[in-house]
Design a protein around this ligand. Structure first.
Ligand code: ZN
Length: 222
């Protein structure tokens, strides 16, 4: 998504890193989101933002679970963050990057391999979201949560398309952020159906739930 002016970019690429769903055990069909926070956001704000994002996704019928990979124990060779991503896992990076020029800026992007409708890496620029939140006079976790839900939405929908309404709108102005209602930040009925299908395609794959199995099958590459 973006603030008015510049078109956001979604590249056709696929990122694979490390993995396993400790958190996924709570929801067998959950999409696991690995979080990598390099933004320095206060932990309470990060937790609140993720809670807001997950609420939007779960409101659309997509159960999600978090796997924090910010500080994987280097001594723990079987740490789930050290295994390759499974089909039901996504990576979320939270970083800081100043506005690139005057006027509207890109708030985040997702790498989606559009020919096959699949993507696993989403990035959100926390400082840009914070500027938008300040301009809209809305708290940062609320706006950040919406931005995260938007980018995760791209990954699950497998497309760079945007909607005219709801959280998948392309352009977010301070006025719209300030004046909108919670309904304006949910997935539309049409997107909800596609979102559930996308999540089901991922979670229907046979998934390893043992860190030992995963490490045995996929040797760490560092
Ligand atoms: Zn978008």
């Amino acid at each position: 998504m973006r603030t008015p002016l510049r078109r956001r970019v979604i590249a056709g690429a696929l990122f694979a890193a490390v993995l396993v769903p400790a958190a996924a055990s709570a929801h067998e069909d959950a999409v696991v989101i690995r979080t990598y926070d390099a933004s320095g956001l206060p932990e309470a704000d990060l937790d609140a933002a993720l809670a807001a994002a997950f609420a939007i996704l779960e409101d659309a019928g997509v159960p999600v679970a978090r796997l924090s990979c910010d500080q994987p124990d280097e001594a723990a060779r079987l740490h789930p963050c050290r295994a390759p991503l499974a089909p039901h896992e996504l990576s979320l990076r939270l970083v800081r990057l100043p506005p690139d020029g005057i006027g509207p800026v890109t708030l985040g992007y997702s790498l989606v391999e559009t020919p096959v409708g699949f993507g696993s890496l989403a990035t959100v620029y926390v400082d840009r979201v914070a500027r938008l939140a300040a301009a809209a006079r809305v708290d940062v976790p609320t706006v950040l949560g919406r931005a995260i839900a938007h980018e995760i939405g791209h990954l699950l929908l497998g497309t760079n398309a945007h909607a005219r309404a709801g959280v998948m709108r392309a352009v977010w102005s301070p006025e719209a952020v300030r004046a909108s209602t919670p309904r304006d930040w949910r997935f539309t009925t049409r997107d909800t159906t596609a979102l559930r299908d996308g999540a089901r395609r991922r979670t229907s794959h046979p998934v390893q739930t043992s860190g030992a199995d995963l490490v045995a099958r996929h040797r760490p590459f560092w």
